[in-house]
Design a protein around this ligand. Structure first.
Ligand SMILES: [Zn+2]
Length: 310
């Protein structure tokens, strides 16, 4: 495990490289990430891979570490009890969750013991956010993750309100004693929150909460570029970002062999994506990586570009 905590390194002004996509990368490598999906909504996505193809999950983590990631995120996006109800396997939520943390820690220890493991999870479509996230946070903390990352917040899945959900997530994650980060997803083209409200309002609401940092994530690069300066202006703590490329619902979903999402890099070659990363660094992002449809090649390119821009 790392000898210096992530909070300390961010306070010292260091820049850390986050990994890229896990779910779409598993899909690209042939793993079934479509379980429980219906015509209306995505199912448990990457969760089943923790039990069925752990070696592929570990290989994805290891490839990101070899590409230069300082941080990998455990494969726990939808390992909550509420989400696993979609495949009638909710009673095994703890096993899905624990395996996600264990696989990531094992990958880290094998490739780069100085790297950090984020225990990362997303809000379920329904249920009690504090209970679901509290369970994820507690089990992942037991596996040895270095910090917690509540992702996909204030996006298109809201349980109470965009801002209330963020506060709840930070509070229950911090109860473990680990640093609590949040990832804000689905920004609009104007750089505002998908479900209403602004980043400024969010930053004000987070004042006094035990949040260790805020990331903008799972939004297009241009949306991140619009939102990031607004976040920087009003949030005093560390900020970061990881954008998605194209990972949209497949219009042919339902036909045999068709995946729920289609992977499309939208012309963002690793080099072009790395140019965005350099811009985000200049705005003040201290953690930079990639989200859906990015791969280890994007992380390798942005690592090089960010080092050269130092
Ligand atoms: Zn994403």
């Amino acid at each position: 495990m790392p000898t210096r905590g992530i909070v300390e390194r961010l306070a010292a002004g260091e820049l850390l490289i986050h990994d890229g996509a896990t779910g779409s990368e598993l899909q690209r490598r042939g793993v079934d990430v479509n379980r429980g999906s219906t015509s209306d909504e995505l199912g448990v996505w990457s969760a089943t891979a923790n039990l069925e193809t752990p070696e592929v999950v570990q290989a994805v983590h290891e490839d990101y570490l070899r590409a230069g990631a300082d941080i990998i995120t455990s494969n726990n996006f939808y390992t909550t009890r509420e989400m696993l109800k979609l495949i009638d396997d909710e009673d095994r939520w703890e096993e899905y969750t624990r395996r996600g943390g264990e696989i990531a820690v094992r990958a880290r220890d094998a490739v780069n013991p100085a790297a950090y493991v984020a225990g990362g999870f997303a809000p379920p479509y329904q249920g009690d956010l504090r209970r679901e996230f509290g369970n994820q946070a507690r089990v992942l903390a037991e596996t040895g993750v270095d910090f917690l990352l509540a992702e996909y917040m204030a996006g298109d899945t809201i349980l109470e309100s965009p801002i209330r959900d963020c506060i709840n997530a930070v509070e229950v994650c911090a109860e473990t004693g680990l640093p609590a980060f949040i990832g804000i997803s689905n920004l609009t083209d104007e750089g505002t929150l998908y479900s209403g409200g602004t980043l400024e309002e969010l930053a004000i609401a987070l004042k006094g909460s035990p949040v260790a940092g805020v990331m903008l994530m799972c939004s297009y690069p241009a949306q991140i570029s619009t939102g990031l300066p607004r976040l920087r202006k009003t949030f005093d703590g560390p900020i970061g970002c990881y954008a998605h490329l194209g990972y949209d619902k497949n219009p042919r979903w339902g036909e045999p062999g068709e995946p729920y999402f289609l992977i499309d890099r939208l012309g963002y070659t690793p080099e072009r994506y790395a140019e965005c990363a350099v811009e985000w660094k200049q705005v003040g992002a201290q953690i930079i990586g990639g989200c859906c449809a990015t791969g280890p090649d994007h992380i390798e390119a942005l690592r090089r570009a960010l080092r050269d821009s130092a």
